[in-house]
Design a protein around this ligand. Structure first.
Ligand SMILES: Cc1cc2nc3c(=O)[nH]c(=O)nc-3n(C[C@H](O)[C@H](O)[C@H](O)COP(=O)(O)OP(=O)(O)OC[C@H]3O[C@@H](n4cnc5c(N)ncnc54)[C@H](O)[C@@H]3O)c2cc1C
Length: 412
């Protein structure tokens, strides 16, 4: 590649794509440099058995104010606006209506206590004793929502998300990942190209494993795990930003997709929680969008353990829990389709960021531009929509707007 770009964008996930589109809209020359052989990062739809299945993001959270929902609507992509079944238990199996009410009330009380009497150390688990009957339930929920149990969570950070999120969660039947990746179709991109270092003063110089790329400005839109690990070397003084990234690790959520011989055995759009007496359990979405599949969700320390146990461990565990819930005859009709292992993805290393106790402010540090020509983007930079695709998207636009202000001044 010859010549100097206006902006080089490291990372082709939702944040990188949003930044690129914004700058192209302002007639800037840009290029995304992406380590994987595809765009999208954690937004990734795979077509299996003719079904578009989202390996990463699937729900357009806070849908009525989600910029990607608005964009999908404008561009004519059908949205499924049905309410999710997450908080329901099909047939009240192993979870009586009284216990469901008790468990959800306990989770709401936990949030209220965190608001009204925040724990001095900012550790969310300090507001719910380990001996509380509903502590395993709350830890399980946290492992799905945050990719980590309550003892790993900053209470302030957790509430920042909770208090800003709405109840509307929509889906894109074509796949959220496919939609986001499609938005990057016209963006110049170098795939299978890993950035090793960023240096320079007048021009920024990016050393990749393929070549050298020069740009007037750089947006770094890679996951916090990658930054904290030091995968990219910077010649700039970035200690604060890199330390902030280390306080915003990616938690883990993995999915197992199973097909069913007899889809009519369970109603479409229904849900089961594996267990309520331990956090090491799965959340099972039965026949999402009416499809003949079960989308199993595993989170936190237990998902990490299952990844460590080997490629088939999560599938075996999900089938075991479904056997317990729905019986052996039903479970014998299940066949594995695909299992994600996000912690093992070398240039991603997890699912979504959470702030460690005492470190909610790390998001503001990370998102603060390093200079007029260098800044970070990505879901972890969002003040209250972190861990989501739309938070990543908005962070990319914010970073691009900052760089555009500099470029507009420099070229004036
Ligand atoms: C299982 C799962 C379920 C989820 N469910 C939802 C959901 O329902 N709704 C929702 O809104 N969000 C969900 N999310 C979260 C959402 O997918 C992410 O928050 C969002 O996609 C992150 O986008 P990003 O651009 O910040 O980062 P990424 O998508 O991770 O993009 C960063 C890119 O940087 C690349 N990279 C890293 N290092 C380098 C390097 N050295 N050189 C070049 N490239 C590099 C990576 O390969 C990656 O592609 C889910 C995620 C997972 C994993």
């Amino acid at each position: 590649m010859t010549g100097t770009l206006d902006v080089a964008i490291i990372g082709g996930g939702a944040a990188g794509i949003a930044a690129a589109r914004y700058l192209i809209g302002h007639r800037r020359s840009v290029r995304i440099i992406e380590a994987l052989p595809r765009l999208g990062g954690r937004a990734f739809t795979r077509h299996i058995d003719g079904l578009p299945l989202d390996m990463g993001c699937g729900w357009l959270h806070s849908a009525e104010r989600n910029p990607l929902a608005a964009l999908a609507d404008t561009l004519g992509h059908p949205l499924d606006r049905r309410e999710s079944a997450w908080s329901k238990q099909l047939g009240n199996i192993d979870f009586s209506p009284e216990d469901q009410q008790g468990a959800w009330n306990a989770f709401e009380s936990l949030k209220n206590r965190l608001r009204e009497t925040p724990p001095p150390g900012d550790r969310a688990s300090d507001a719910l004793p380990a001996t509380d009957r509903w502590r395993p339930f709350a830890d399980g929920l946290s492992s799905f929502m945050n990719g980590a149990e309550l003892d790993q969570l900053s209470a302030e950070d957790f509430l920042a998300y909770e208090d800003a999120a709405s109840e509307s969660n929509w889906r894109l039947p074509e796949g959220y990942g496919a939609f986001i990746t499609g938005l990057g179709v016209d963006v110049p991109v170098s795939l299978s190209t890993r950035v090793r270092s960023v240096a320079g003063d007048k021009d920024m110089v990016l050393q990749t494993d393929q070549s050298v790329i020069r740009a007037a400005a750089v947006i770094v839109a890679v996951p916090t795990t990658v930054l904290a690990r030091g995968d990219i070397r910077f010649s700039h003084a970035l200690d604060d930003h890199l330390e902030a990234a280390s306080h915003l690790p990616l938690g883990l959520a993995d999915k197992v997709f199973l097909t069913m011989n007899d889809p009519d055995a369970v109603p479409p759009e229904s849900h089961l929680l594996g267990r309520t007496d331990r956090a090491e359990t799965g959340s099972y979405y039965l026949r999402p969008l009416g499809r003949p599949v079960i989308e199993c969700f595993l989170g936190g320390a237990w998902a990490r353990d299952l990844e460590r146990q080997g490629p088939d461990a999560a599938t075996a565990f999900a089938i075991e829990e479904l056997t317990h819930l729905l019986g052996g005859d039903f479970a014998r009709g299940l066949s594995p389709l695909i299992t994600t292992r996000w912690a093992k993805e070398p240039t991603i290393g997890g699912s979504y960021s959470h702030a460690l106790p005492g470190h909610h402010a790390a998001r503001a540090v990370l998102s603060h531009p390093v200079s007029e020509r260098l800044c970070f983007a990505g879901e972890a930079c969002s003040a209250h929509d972190f861990s989501t695709a739309h938070g990543a998207w908005q962070s990319g636009i914010d970073a691009a707007r900052h760089i555009e202000t500099y470029l507009a001044g420099a070229h004036a």
